[in-house]
Design a protein around this ligand. Structure first.
Ligand SMILES: [Zn+2]
Length: 212
């Protein structure tokens, strides 16, 4: 037996999966999630970050807010039991399960401009921002509306100087996070495209929506 026994990813605790999506490396998707449904984000192979954002299904001017969430939680270490709030201070999600306990809500989704500015990369590079913008477009959401994402499994450490250090995502194969939707939502999710964030190799992400 290994030191880390991966949880059974098919275990649904009696709840019915209403949608199952396998995100290939460096891709994204968006879908409706109704109030009471649970979004489970799984790292099937480990060491992979997933950016998640959300908008009100009926009014996409309401969106998942890093600032409101960190303010009300009074911590950047968000995990099981915490609520994620919208820009209008309404609960959007409650974290109902978390096998990792390391996530980031400070950094914006990786973008073509970020790859250029931080790494001098010119030309095409897949990014969470572009993947989210593309996936959310059919819901009438414009690229400029994509906010700071909740970066599931991302390890961002604040050093005493205030400097940030990004470490490899500590999730192992089968680790997952579950978010219960508190209102009807459009949810965008990615398998992150940034080298540094994912320890230099891109892996898939599995998303399951579970009925109430
Ligand atoms: Zn990314």
């Amino acid at each position: 037996m290994t030191a880390h026994e991966p949880p059974d990813t098919h275990e649904t605790r009696g709840r019915t999966p209403v949608l199952e999506r396998h995100l290939e490396p460096q891709t994204g998707a968006a879908f409706e999630v109704l109030a009471g449904q649970v979004v489970r984000v799984t790292s099937p192979t480990g060491e992979q970050v997933s950016d998640l954002t959300a908008f009100g299904l009926r009014d996409t001017r309401e969106w998942l807010s890093s600032g409101r969430t960190i303010d009300y939680a009074n911590t950047i270490a968000l995990t099981e039991g915490h609520t994620l709030f919208s820009n209008r201070s309404n609960p959007m999600f409650t974290i109902t399960a978390d096998t990792v306990g390391t996530h980031d809500f400070l950094l914006a989704p990786c973008s073509p401009e970020m790859f250029q500015r931080l790494y001098g990369l010119e030309g095409e590079h897949p990014s969470c921002f572009m993947n989210l913008a593309r996936a959310l477009a059919p819901f009438g959401i414009r690229p400029d509306q994509v906010p700071t994402a909740f970066n599931i499994f991302m390890s961002v450490n604040v050093l005493p100087s205030g400097e940030l250090r990004i470490d490899p995502p500590p999730c192992r194969a089968g680790d997952y996070l579950e978010l219960r939707a508190e209102i009807d939502l459009v949810v965008g999710v990615t398998a992150c495209s940034a080298e540094l964030t994912n320890n230099g190799a891109f892996k898939p992400i599995d998303v399951t929506i579970l009925a109430q």
